[in-house]
Design a protein around this ligand. Structure first.
Ligand code: ADP
Ligand code: SF4
Length: 691
């Protein structure tokens, strides 16, 4: 198919200083939890994006010197010459597919505690470090010699980036993560020398480093500045008007302006808190300050929204991190007029959770993300089937849908049976909850793919029994029947059921998702699960006119969402909605008109009067069908069954990302070699230095 001429503008080349981007699709720097520990995996992941049509593919942040490192996070390092080959591997992978490679040099200063190098962090002023943790570490205010050192380190790193083959070298001053930004910030910079005080003075260091970089590598490499457009804390922080003045002072100095919001949680807001294109108000007007190209992000997945950004003079280059993770082939699909093949990002930030937990990146929508090198998976290609076996997949939730699609793409004859009248399983229910509409894309993308696969037959309204499955005669059976929320309160904090008085209405998330709300007005919601569900249901209950007390043993609501950068926004929203948050307490008993809670530290008990209780605790697998089939294993051979596998939530309830991954992995590995006890993926081993 040819591309729609409306999108031609997205495929115009853009000159960036001495280099030219082949189109306007720009993968901005993004973390991935692989970095220096998994460099080949990182390089392969970036290479796949170049293959998918992105014109520019950037690194994550790359530490330039051991005096500023961000242990425990795993990013890139360019501490000395020996790091060059590792980075060159990525540049080569990107060049192999005709894209430009961008290097984000980073000197974190106050945003790193140097836990590994044990160097004293440097910054504009004597202040505690500004990291995700309350590390008991302070920053030393830089003197002139430190500034000279930093300029030299940055210049050396720029030269090494060029040696490694990079085409664009960044000076990073974004996300509240860079020393240059701390110099820009009135809050953090209390200096009285020529690097503090007036706007000109606060911009001085950034300006000098951009000049140094240009002078060092600017003949062949473009120099980009990544700058915070707004910190979203009003006049006290960096804000649009002040930042525009800063850009005005050095408008033509870099070859490219890359605008972000600070902190990272504001920049990478989830779909629950920001729509596509939400950053536009902060970037609007930058193009009027400079003739140099401007890139910005906005979780852009729709080509019409992208075109509008260019036509309306907001952006020259469509920046993307998450849309390029969910679909590395987004540009190619637009170019080839295959819009319904786009695997749209759902804005869940599971990708971010990889970096935040120091584990390799993963993605809810794209199960191959992070597995390109270590498992050899590809987002658009899958090897042909290994036999003519027929496969029955039971359950069309995220696990079953992905499994059926990937098996179908391999060429297997597949039947997908679903008890409900609609596909989607848990995502069909969850996408109706407040703020989670985009979750539905997990289903929509896969249902669209199934329509293209004549070898996959889908049967709705088909609740299968073990007897039926044994009669059908499929060689392989996948049980992806999901899970249900527990009603007994057993979870992390309590391992035995909560005593419940029959006079109190106790509900689970499944009840609420089925459209039933507790009858009374005062509701206690007990969250011992700690991901999004408790917070989302508190919102739903408030929308339904209930007054909500949220009890949690954790220090804050939806505690795990620190890893998806949402926690602050969730807690703020719940407080704004009037939800009464009771942290550090677990529910010990449910009486007729009250809930008894207990302090997790002191054991002190307290009664909270209420009319209803919602337990968001843990889930139990719906594995009855699997267990019944297992119990009849001796009949499988006669029925022609070679294997029965339980996958996804029906095996062990987890995230949607885990479910999609489980379904995909099964499909990738069917009829594969038996590897016994071998490690099931490639890994990079540290090379021992001579003693
Ligand atoms: P997962 O996240 O692992 O995909 P879900 O709970 O989202 O799990 O989806 C499981 C799906 O399986 C649901 O749509 C449910 O209706 C369906 N299902 C459960 N039991 C059966 C069955 N016996 N036959 C067919 N479908 C079933
Ligand atoms: Fe988008 Fe979620 Fe994938 Fe991240 S993990 S790219 S937010 S779908």
């Amino acid at each position: 198919m040819a591309r729609d001429p409306r999108y031609d503008i997205l495929f115009e080349p853009v000159r960036i200083g001495p280099v030219t981007a082949r189109n306007r699709f720009y993968q901005v720097p993004h973390c991935n939890g692989m970095g220096y520990r998994d460099p080949s995996a990182m390089a392969a992941m970036r290479g796949v994006k170049a293959e998918g049509g992105w014109a520019v593919v950037c690194t994550e942040q790359c530490e330039i010197h051991p005096s500023s490192e961000i242990t425990p996070f795993v990013e890139l390092r360019l501490w000395d010459e020996r790091d060059i080959p590792l980075l060159a591997r990525m540049a080569d992978a990107v060049h192999a597919h005709g894209a430009l490679a961008g290097m984000e040099l980073a000197y974190n200063g106050p945003s790193g505690s140097n836990l590994a190098s044990r160097e004293v962090p440097l910054g504009p002023s004597h202040l505690p470090v500004a990291t995700f943790a309350y590390d008991p570490v302070q920053v030393r205010a830089m003197d002139k010699a430190d500034i000279a050192d930093l300029r030299r380190w940055h210049r050396t790193a720029a030269l090494r980036s060029k040696t490694a083959g990079f085409d664009i070298v960044y000076v990073y001053a974004g996300h509240g993560l860079s020393v240059f930004e701390f110099f820009l910030s009135r809050r953090h910079n209390s200096r009285s020398d020529e690097y503090g005080g007036s706007l000109e003075n606060r911009v001085r260091l950034l300006r000098e480093v951009v000049e140094d970089t240009r002078e060092a590598v600017g003949d062949t490499c473009a120099v980009a500045v990544r700058l915070t457009a707004d910190e979203l804390i009003g006049a006290a922080g960096l804000h649009r008007a002040e930042v525009h003045d800063m850009i005005g002072l050095m408008a033509e100095l870099p070859d490219l302006w890359d605008l972000v919001l600070a902190g990272w949680d504001n920049d990478s807001r989830t779909s629950r808190f920001a729509e596509e294109g939400a950053q536009e108000p902060f970037v609007t007007g930058v193009k009027q300050l400079t003739t140099k190209p401007v890139v910005g992000v906005g979780r852009f997945t729709s080509p019409d929204a992208m075109v509008a950004q260019v036509k309306r003079g907001i952006l020259d280059l469509i920046g993307a991190a998450r849309p390029s993770i969910a679909d590395p082939f987004l540009p190619k699909k637009i170019e080839e007029g295959r819009l319904d093949d786009i695997r749209e990002c759902i804005g869940c930030n599971i990708c971010v959770s990889g970096d935040m937990t120091m584990s390799p990146i993963r993605c809810t929508q794209n199960p191959t993300m992070g597995e390109e090198w270590r498992r050899g998976w590809h987002p658009e290609r899958i090897r042909p089937k290994g036999s003519d076996a027929k496969v029955l997949v039971v359950g069309a939730g995220p696990t079953g849908l992905e499994c059926a699609v990937a098996l179908g793409q391999r060429g297997y004859q597949v039947a997908l049976a679903e008890a409900a009248r609609e596909p989607g399983g848990r995502v069909a229910s969850e996408c109706r909850l407040p703020g989670l509409a985009a979750w539905g894309r997990v289903r929509d993308y896969r249902v669209a793919q199934l329509r293209k696969l004549p070898n996959v037959e889908v049967y709705y309204d088909s609740e299968l029994s073990a007897g039926q499955i044994l009669e059908f005669g499929f060689e392989h059976v996948v049980i992806a029947t999901g899970a249900t929320w527990r009603r007994d309160g057993v979870a992390r904090t309590r391992l035995e059921p909560i005593p419940v008085d029959g006079g109190m209405a106790v509900m689970t998330p499944d009840d609420l998702m089925d459209g039933r709300l507790p009858a009374g007005e005062r509701i206690v919601l007990y969250d011992d699960e700690h991901y999004y569900m408790g917070g989302v249901l508190a919102e739903l209950l408030v929308q339904g006119g209930r007054s909500v007390t949220l009890v949690t043993p954790a220090a804050d609501v939806s505690n795990w969402t620190h890893n998806t950068l949402e926690q602050k926004q969730i807690q703020t929203r719940l407080l704004d909605l009037g939800v009464d948050i009771r942290p550090h307490r677990s529910v010990s008993a449910i009486a007729a008109g009250a809930v008894e809670t207990v302090c997790v530290f002191t054991g002190r008990r307290e009664e909270t009067p209420c009319d209803g209780v919602v337990l968001v605790t843990a889930r139990l697998p719906e594995d009855g069908l699997y267990l019944e089939l297992k119990a009849r294993e001796e009949t499988w051979a006669a029925a022609g069954i070679r294997s029965v596998r339980v996958l996804g939530d029906a095996g062990a309830p987890g995230t949607i990302a885990m479910a999609v991954y489980a379904g995909h992995r099964y499909a990738e590995e069917l009829d594969g070699p038996d590897i016994g006890d071998a490690v099931p993926f490639r890994r990079e081993l540290t090379e021992l230095a001579p003693l």
